[in-house]
Each structure stands twice: as C-alpha cells, then as structure tokens.
Design a protein around this ligand. Structure first.
Ligand code: PHB
Ligand code: FE
Length: 344
C-alpha cells in the first residue's frame, strides 16, 4: 500500500464527529482510517495498526478476525471498565468521558525502547472511528460476536459486502430485570432467540411467581439458565439484574475472550456451567500471576490490579458481577482500597 490521503467524513453516530478515512484500496476494497497519530489498515488477513515513535512509524499486525472481535467488544461495551487490550501491544483505557488509545505502552520490550505511543481522545471521536472501521471491515457472513463455529470465514479476503445488522445489534438496556413491565424482554423462539446448539439440555421452565395483590410489578423471578441458553453472542456480559451499583452481568462464552481485560476494580466470577480457564497477568508488565480453571459452581474474585483472558473449550455460562460505584478506579489507584476483596 502506498501513501494514503485521508478525508473527514461526518459520522452517523451522535454527537456527530469527523472520522478520517481514505478511499477504498484499489485491490482489497477496504478503507484505511486515521485517529490522531494512529493509522488503521487491513488487508486480506491482517489489521495493521501504526503510530509514530522516535521519528519512525511503528507498525503492528494482528489477525484481522481477532482485531475485529476485539474492536466489536470495545464498541459494544462503551470501552468497558479500565483497559481493553486487543492483544499484548494495542488497546484502550477508559477514562470515562475520554479514552486512551495505546500501542506498546504495556508491552515491555517496546515500552523500554521508547517505541510506544499513547494518545487521548474524546469518547465520541474514538467510538465513531471504531464503528466506521467495523462498518467497512466486517464482511457479509462474518459476525464478530459469534463463536467461530457459528460464523463464516468471510472475515478473510477482499471486501465482500457488510454485516451492519450484526455490528449494530441493539439491546434494550435492562433497568431492573428482563421480563418486568417496561423492562428488557425475555428470550424465546418467538422473538428470535432459539436455544443454542450446546445448551439443548437446559430446562426451559419458568419459576412460578405469586405476588400479593399490589406487588405484581415488584416481585419477579426468571429462569436465568433458560435466558442464557438463548444467548446468540459470546463474550458479551449483559446486565440482567440491577440493584443500585450492583450489576449482575451474566454471559455465555465459547473459544477465547477476544480482549485481555485490565480491571480497574474487583470483579467476581461465578462459573454457572462447564469450564473456563483464565490467564491472570500483572496489568503493567504482563507477567503471569495465575492460571485458574473454573468449573461449574466455582467462584473467583478477580483483583483490581490484573489483566485477564478466558478460554472456554465449550460454550459455557459465566456470571460476572460488576460494581459500578463511581470513583472506584481512584480508590484503587490511590491505595485507599486493596486490589483484592478478602485477606486470608
Ligand atoms: C472480564 O474482563 O471480566 C470479562 C469480559 C467479558 C466476558 C467475561 C469477563 O465475557
Ligand atoms: Fe475483567
């Protein structure tokens, strides 16, 4: 690829911002994108992320399927809590309102050679740029949320159509619990959520709820296993119960968590079915701190000072419990809170 010239295109997202994009490449059909000093290009197999350092351009390659699965999570989760590492080199850090994009910042050899780069953007600009990358680079037939067995190989090769339905999946946000009046819907065959191929043995009966008169909209119960057995996505915690700052975010998992998550608070994991192995590393250096295999019924508190990545050999159910108390990152960073919730 030769020199690219970028022009500003108004985003379709609100608030509207200017996304810098090139003309489609004459051979592959894909556009390149620019965000600050960072440039993003793709070819038939790889995403190439580059940035300026020491008067050169440093460039980093990722398999394009892994890159698109990672960007999809960053977009869907609004940059999540703390760090979303696309791999050992590139990723984002959520500053809640602004977002850091980094290359090599947490990769020892690059950091110590001064070849790393970190830039901070207003959230709407980096969000609009990432969404534009997904819209252009995700081909028809590829779903970045799906397990590899459940999507096509059209992620590779030259540009062939798009899959806006998959990357713009809209979820009604849950206010209290799915199925309550005025809240997000439960899942059924009728509304397009069939039972996943690996959960055909999950009982589908709903609990019997018999509230006293006047409490009909307040007492509620659902079959969470049924709800999860009908999830059409992987590695996508979704809020299913809200109690003040306590967010129950269960999810179904298969293959590899597409990002390495750097926590900025403690997260609790309860393995509801099957098995996930977690690599747990130091957040800054990547030094391995633990490898945990969680089987159904196991509970773990993931500390606030680690990054972790999960491997689920079969589709499994994981209950992620998040604490959305404001200012938690500051309390951990200042040492006011220990990075773990219990001392033995
Ligand atoms: C996490 O980083 O804690 C996490 C992210 C996505 C999941 C599960 C866990 O699906
Ligand atoms: Fe995490």
């Amino acid at each position: 690829m030769g020199d690219m010239s970028f022009k500003a295109v108004l985003s379709s997202t609100q608030p509207q911002v200017e996304v810098l994009t090139s003309e489609p490449d004459q051979v592959t059909g894909y556009r390149a994108f620019k965000l600050g000093g960072f440039e993003f290009r793709r070819d038939e197999y790889f995403a190439r992320i580059s940035w300026p350092a020491k008067g050169q351009r440093i460039s980093h390659l990722m398999p394009v399927d892994a890159f698109l699965r990672a960007v999809m999570r960053d977009v869907a989760w609004g940059f999540f809590y703390g760090w979303v590492n696309f791999d050992a080199v590139v990723g984002t850090r959520n500053l809640y309102g602004r977002v850091e994009l980094f290359g090599g910042r947490y990769y020892g050899p690059m950091k110590s050679a001064g070849l790393d780069c970190t830039e901070t953007f207003d959230s709407p600009l980096i969000m609009a740029t990432f969404r534009a990358i997904l819209a252009d680079w995700v081909n028809a037939g590829f779903d970045p949320f799906a397990a590899p067995e459940e999507t096509g190989k059209t992620v590779f090769g030259v540009k062939q159509g798009d899959n806006l339905a998959a990357i713009e999946r809209y979820r009604v946000p849950t206010k209290r619990m799915p199925g309550l009046p005025g809240d997000s819907p439960l899942r059924s065959d009728a509304n397009g959520f069939p039972i996943n191929r690996q959960f055909t043995d999950v009982p589908q009966d709903e609990p019997e709820v018999r509230p006293e008169k006047g409490f009909e909209a307040q007492l509620h119960a659902i079959n969470l296993f049924k709800y999860l057995s009908r999830s059409d996505v992987t590695w996508n915690p979704s809020v299913t119960a809200v109690c003040k700052a306590s967010l129950a975010c269960p999810t179904t998992e298969e293959y590899i968590l597409p990002i390495v998550h750097g926590n900025d608070r403690v997260e609790w994991f309860l393995q509801l079915s099957d098995e996930i192995t977690w690599d747990v590393q130091d957040k800054d250096t990547g030094a391995l701190r633990a490898r945990i295999t969680m089987k159904a019924g196991d509970v773990a508190a993931m500390p606030a000072d680690i990054k972790h990545q999960g491997y689920s050999p079969k589709r499994s159910m994981l209950f992620v419990w998040e604490n959305a108390t404001p200012d938690l990152p500051k309390l951990y960073e200042s040492g006011k809170l220990k990075p773990y919730p219990v001392e033995f």
